[in-house]
Design a protein around this ligand. Structure first.
Ligand code: ATP
Ligand code: MG
Length: 309
């Protein structure tokens, strides 16, 4: 549904997006994840036709955005990073205006406004000036305008930024609901958000794709670091020192009161660890494996180029 091929964008001499290629299939919810300045917003602006790429192509359904931008844009609802709101308009007036811009006639516009107001839980604020809304509600109005024409494709640039925890939960639920019969690309730098909402994730770093996979597969694409957490009753420093000598272990850390060790998937250092502990006369109170979280994966992927792996 969204197809991006060899997309590159320079701002002057600065390369913001560097030869990225990916697809979002019909009906998928894909998280677009990356640290500040990674190129998420730039990519989304190109996808939605607000910015021309330096090189490369974008298709929305069968429409090439370079040549058939109008047709493509009709299919897209876009919630930009900062929603340009007219502060002296009421929520209703603004959404009606958006609906008319999207080509809905008066009557249809009116009924759609009612629908999105309900979907985005804006009932209390329909007749309030946008300038008087809190940040979180402004975000919701931004989302409401993005879905006003019931688009098949949604591009949401950090839709939950600045929203309080209760509203965040509601907004995520709404996005999931919207995703049942739509294609969604959603940017964020909040990792748990991705696992909560998305089926697949594309990780971008310094304008390049660092990884893309289904959430449940993500840790396996890394060289499969595995981790074990040990609770050893013994002198912490000495325990650390002895563990470090086990060659299978890639990393040994002390996080009081635990020792956390990391090793490649093809290694099985457990026996050696227990042997060491027993031999030293210490007690092994616990040993458990730890799943690599998205945070860990992200950190590894984005620090990889420092060349330690
Ligand atoms: N209008 C612009 N002119 C010049 N450089 C820009 C412009 N917009 C973005 N950049 C640069 O392009 C790079 C990518 O920026 P972009 O806004 O796409 O990142 P992002 O992933 O959305 O970051 P964030 O998480 O902070 O929103 C950055 O280095 C940024 O400084
Ligand atoms: Mg951004």
């Amino acid at each position: 549904m969204i197809r991006i091929q060899n997309l590159t964008k320079y701002y002057g001499k600065r390369r913001a997006v560097d030869d990225i290629t990916f697809n979002v299939e019909k009906g998928e919810i894909v998280g677009f994840l990356g640290p500040n300045g990674a190129g998420k917003t730039t990519t989304m602006r190109i996808i939605t036709g607000y910015l021309m790429p330096t090189r490369g192509d974008v298709w929305i359904a069968e429409h090439n955005m370079a040549t058939h931008s109008l047709e493509g844009r009709r299919l897209i609802g876009y919630m930009p990073e900062v929603t340009p709101l007219y502060m002296d308009m009421t929520t209703r007036a603004y959404l009606t205006f958006g609906a008319r811009l999207r080509g809905l006639d008066g009557k249809k516009a009116g009924s759609r406004v009612e629908e999105v107001v309900e979907q985005c839980a804006l009932e209390e604020y329909v007749d309030v000036m946008l300038g008087k809304l809190s940040k979180g509600f402004k975000q919701r109005v931004g989302l409401a305008q993005a879905i006003i024409h019931d688009p098949q494709v949604l591009v949401l640039d950090e839709p939950t930024v600045g929203i309080d925890p209760i509203q965040v939960a509601q907004t995520r639920k709404l996005i999931k609901e919207l995703g049942r019969d739509r294609t969604i690309l959603l940017s964020t730098h909040i990792l748990p958000e991705v696992s909560m909402i998305c089926e697949r994730v594309i990780i971008i770093h310094k304008g390049r794709i660092a990884a893309q996979d289904r959430i449940e597969n993500l840790s396996t694409i890394l060289k499969g670091g595995r981790r074990i957490r040990l609770h050893v009753r013994g002198p912490a420093r000495e325990v650390t020192e002895r563990l470090t000598r086990i060659t299978a272990l890639r990393d040994v850390r002390y996080e009081e009161p635990f020792h956390v060790v990391e090793f490649p998937v093809d290694k099985e250092p457990q026996a050696e660890i227990t042997g060491l502990v027993v031999q030293a006369g210490w007690t092994l109170l616990a040993m458990e494996s730890m799943e690599m979280s998205l945070e860990d994966i992200f950190l590894q992927l984005t620090t990889e180029e420092e060349g330690e792996r």
